[in-house]
Design a protein around this ligand. Structure first.
Ligand SMILES: [Zn+2]
Length: 284
């Protein structure tokens, strides 16, 4: 059983994960708790908003619609990667979903198909709405995807969950398509990687590490260089093109050629010595 984190703990977790957080109005007390329970918590749900424009998106998620009162999530992740906190507590984001999916999320195992709408999701999931038209064409900026990854990881750290506790709305409720434009499998992969590092980890550090080559990498690279065919500008073929030769063959050829020349030179040196001796009237 995981009771909801306090609003302050939730905020602190997001900040510690390196996110830029905007606190909107009375977000700590803006919720739908009068309509039903909030908790125990079992996971994090990711959505897209089908809206354009950050200010308008945040406003809609805070206030909702006549037919669906806000808050529509806890955090709104805009295209600039900021997280706007619009509510805390029960929020209208997850709707009714599949109890088999909930059991899988709790057990942190792979998800079954969401083919039932029999379970209250607003009770059990933290929700992040992400600014995107959801048409499959509206781009997801890298900074926004990273913010989604960080926000999901922050909540996982709060509860000691792994990446399997992070799902998309489309994996929960039949008929939903959000989020669209990236795969939840890839996002879970990113969250899993992040959770192997301390909170606030910056991926660029890792990219630099990835550039460092192991001794085995260097050996493979060196072998590849020697096998690579190079152009010999000083030797042309019958068509007048530079001869192509593997670097290692060139070296072997050059080495053999050296041995031949050295043997010839030794012979010539000996003959010159003999001739010199004859000229001077000496017996060699
Ligand atoms: Zn949704």
């Amino acid at each position: 059983m995981a009771p909801p984190a306090s609003a302050s703990a939730f905020l602190t977790a997001l900040l510690r994960e390196g996110l830029t957080v905007v606190e909107v109005g009375d977000w700590r007390d803006h919720n739908r708790n009068h309509k039903g329970p909030f908790g125990p918590m079992h996971g994090v749900m990711i959505h897209h908003t089908v809206t354009k424009g950050s200010a308008r998106t945040v406003d809609i998620c805070r206030h909702g619609y006549a037919s669906l009162p806000g808050p529509l999530c806890h955090g709104v992740i805009t295209k600039d990667g900021r997280v706007h906190l619009v509510g805390y507590g029960r929020a209208n984001h997850a709707g009714l979903g599949d109890d088999d999916v909930l059991r899988a999320v709790i057990a942190e195992r792979s998800l079954p198909a969401d083919n039932e709408a029999n379970t209250d999701g607003n009770r059990h999931f933290y929700g992040f709405e992400c600014e995107n038209l959801g048409d499959g064409e509206d781009p997801w900026p890298a900074v926004q995807l990273e913010a989604i990854e960080r926000a999901a990881a922050a909540v996982c750290r709060l509860h000691g969950w792994n990446e399997r506790s992070v799902i998309g709305h489309k994996e929960w409720q039949p008929g939903k398509v959000d989020p669209r434009g990236f795969s939840m499998a890839s996002m879970r992969g990113r969250v899993a990687e992040r959770l192997t590092h301390p909170a606030g980890w910056d991926r660029t550090d890792q990219e630099e590490d990835d550039m460092a080559l192991s001794d085995a990498d260097i050996d493979r690279l060196a072998d590849a260089v020697w096998r690579r065919r190079i152009s010999n500008q000083f030797r042309v073929d019958e068509k007048g093109q530079p001869r192509q030769i593997a670097a290692e063959d060139f070296l072997e050829y050059g080495d053999a050629h050296y041995d031949t020349l050295k043997a010839q030179l030794d012979t010539l040196t000996e003959q010159v010595a003999q001739l010199t001796a004859l000229v001077k009237g000496e017996q060699p």
